[in-house]
Every structure is written in structure tokens, then in C-alpha cells.
Design a protein around this ligand. Structure first.
Ligand code: F6P
Length: 341
């Protein structure tokens, strides 16, 4: 029996740990494992490579993905889906482990629904915006990176009496902003789900300065809508614009300085949040997900995704997990707001 493994969408720390765990478990059950190069593109173009015990050693601490990744959507390519089915049969794949976020797993769910494709999923994304699971792997590492950055910005903000705006990733949800903001002690946090106005943010900063604190840390999620961006932007295969190009952080910093008169600087954390070695927590979560994905394969439990609920690893339907984004609930934003101003 032979399983393929692919990693799709934006990379994140822990992908290699999932590959290692799933392959180890499948090898132990006597399966061959092949790596699919660069997400769905590898199945469209037929580019696979063997993943034997040698190829999967030393992967646990390694960031990125040894398989490469892409945002290729076979449903957007002429003959793309047929090519995926052809490659699967030509390479004698009996199963596929798809490791990805809503886009990659959305394709997996659709292939399963349309063609009974033998696929299982693993929830990956630094954004933590996948439904059906409490946490995706990669998120903890991104939050750790952002928190460290906020800590560092505190000391320079304090020295110069400045407002520091930190723009973090997260696409259309504010998970990274809220968690790193709470952990780093941000004075204001702006996220797409519970948007406070720029004027309200400025008021919090003024209130803080009135209390004798001459510096402030403002965390803004890249997906926060300032209402000033009306440019038409290119979209990828899944219809997403590159949010970082909107420059929300810079625009917000400009507005804050203009409205409050306080000197303001911006730091855009960007892809450092996705790079490097996974935290211990992400390594453990990725390992548990990899083992669960292998179990789903061995049981022929197609169309399911490994998920974390509470402290238990369970499986949920790929369709349900990708049906809607998991947004930051008000209770979480309330925790952040308790420390504003
Ligand atoms: O989904 C992960 C993510 O890092 C988002 O937070 C961000 O908006 C996007 O990917 C950036 O994509 P790219 O790597 O294509 O610039």
C-alpha cells in the first residue's frame, strides 16, 4: 500500500514534524510513503518523491516543509482535477494525507465529495482560523515570535516615549494579534472581527498617556479594515489578496501620530512569523496530528481531518472544517480589552 503526503498553502513551523510522524506510523504498518512536491501542483504535474526512513530523519525541529508548497488550486486549472486523479492512479497512491489550511483542505474536501478521493487532512496555519479544531499547529510558534517582538518593542518605545504599531499576520482573523497582544501586554489591539475605530484606539492611547505612561504598544492585524484602501488588487488561485500590501500598520501609525501628536513608528513582522523552528508545543501538536492522520489512513476513514478538541485529538469532517472560518470570539477579545489604555 502506498500513501502520498502533500503540504499546501503558506508554510508554517511544524509541517515537517507532521510529515515525520505520519510517515513513521505508516512505515511501521508496512506502507510506502511518497512526498508530493509543492502542494496540489505536484499531483497536477505528477511530481512525487519517495519518503523513506532516511528522508524523514532530523525533521522534528526543522521549519518550512521539505516537500515545498504552493497555492495551486486544481479546480482553477483546465483539466486540473483530472490530472490529480490521473497522477494518483499512475503513482498507485491508495491514500493521500493533505496538510494545509482552509484552501488546501477545501480542495481535499471537494475531491472527496466529488470523486470519493481517499484523502485525510491535517490542520495547518499560523492564522488558527480553521473550524473544527481548537488549534492549528504553527500558530503557537507565530504567537511566540510576535510576543518576543512586542517585548523588544516595549523597551525601545519606553526609551523614546513613542507609540509603536506592530502589524501581525492572520489574514481575516485576529488570533495572532489577540494572543500575542495579551502575552506581550499590548495597550490597544485592532482585529477584523471586533473592529474598534481608529479614534477609539487613539483615545485609549491618550488615556494611557494621561496616566503618566508616555509610550504605547498597538498591535494591529493585517486584516483590520481602516476604510482607506480602495485599490484593486490581484488575487491568488483561491481568491485572496495579499493583505500585507495594503499597509494597514503604516497607515494606522500615520493616523495615530496625526490625531494624538505622539511620535509613532511601525514594525511589520511579516514572514518571520512563519519561519524557523517550531515551539515545543507545536512539535507535540504536529506529531499528534501526524499520528492521527496515519490512523485515519490505516482505517480508510476518508474525508476526515485530525483535530484538537480540548486536550484530545479527534477527527472531524473535512467538509465541516472548511465550511467557515473560525473567528476570534468576543470572550477572547474581552480578555485583551481588559488591558487597553
Ligand atoms: O495564511 C498564512 C499567511 O501567513 C497569512 O497570515 C498571510 O496573510 C499570508 O499567509 C501571506 O501569504 P504569502 O506567503 O503568500 O505572502
Amino acid at each position: 500500500m502506498r500513501a502520498g503526503i502533500l503540504t499546501g498553502g503558506g508554510d508554517c513551523p511544524g509541517l515537517n514534524a507532521v510529515i515525520r510522524a505520519a510517515a513513521r506510523r505508516l512505515h511501521a504498518a508496512g506502507w510506502e510513503v511518497h512526498g508530493v512536491r509543492e502542494g496540489w501542483r505536484g499531483l497536477v504535474d505528477g511530481v512525487l518523491e519517495p519518503l523513506g526512513p532516511r528522508e524523514i530523519t532530523g525533521l522534528l525541529p526543522r521549519g518550512g516543509t521539505i516537500l515545498g508548497t504552493s497555492r495551486t488550486n486544481p479546480y482553477k486549472l483546465d483539466g486540473g482535477v483530472d490530472a490529480v486523479l490521473r497522477t494518483t492512479s499512475d503513482h498507485h497512491l491508495d491514500a493521500l494525507v493533505a496538510i494545509g489550511g482552509e484552501d488546501t483542505l477545501g480542495v481535499a474536501a471537494r475531491l472527496h465529495a466529488d470523486h470519493g478521493f481517499p484523502v485525510v487532512g491535517v490542520p495547518k496555519t499560523i492564522d488558527n482560523d480553521l473550524s473544527g479544531t481548537d488549534y492549528t499547529f504553527g500558530f503557537d510558534t507565530a504567537v511566540a515570535v510576535a510576543t518576543e517582538a512586542i517585548d523588544r518593542l516595549h523597551t525601545t518605545a519606553e526609551s523614546h516615549n513613542r507609540v509603536m504599531v506592530v502589524e501581525v499576520m492572520g489574514r481575516h482573523t485576529g488570533w495572532i494579534a489577540v494572543m500575542s497582544g495579551i502575552a506581550g501586554g499590548a495597550d490597544v489591539i485592532l482585529i477584523p472581527e471586533h473592529p474598534i475605530s481608529v479614534e477609539d484606539a487613539c483615545e485609549e492611547i491618550r488615556r494611557r498617556h494621561a496616566k503618566g505612561k508616555d509610550f504605547s504598544i498597538v498591535v494591529v492585524s493585517e486584516g483590520y479594515e481602516l476604510g482607506t484602501d480602495d485599490e484593486e488588487r490581484e488575487v491568488d488561485d483561491f481568491g485572496h489578496v495579499r493583505l500585507s500590501e495594503r499597509g494597514v500598520g503604516s497607515e494606522l501609525a500615520r493616523e495615530i501620530e496625526e490625531r494624538t501628536g505622539y511620535e509613532t513608528r511601525v514594525t511589520v513582522l511579516g514572514h518571520v512569523q512563519r519561519g524557523g523552528s517550531p515551539t515545543a508545543r507545536d512539535r507535540v501538536l504536529a506529531t499528534r496530528y501526524g499520528l492521527k492522520a496515519a490512523e485515519l489512513v490505516l482505517d480508510g476513514n476518508w474525508g476526515r481531518m485530525a483535530a484538537l478538541q480540548g486536550d484530545a485529538i479527534v477527527d472531524v469532517s473535512l467538509h465541516d472544517a472548511t465550511a467557515e472560518l473560525k473567528t476570534v470570539p468576543p470572550e477572547w477579545y474581552d480578555v485583551a480589552k481588559a488591558f487597553f489604555g
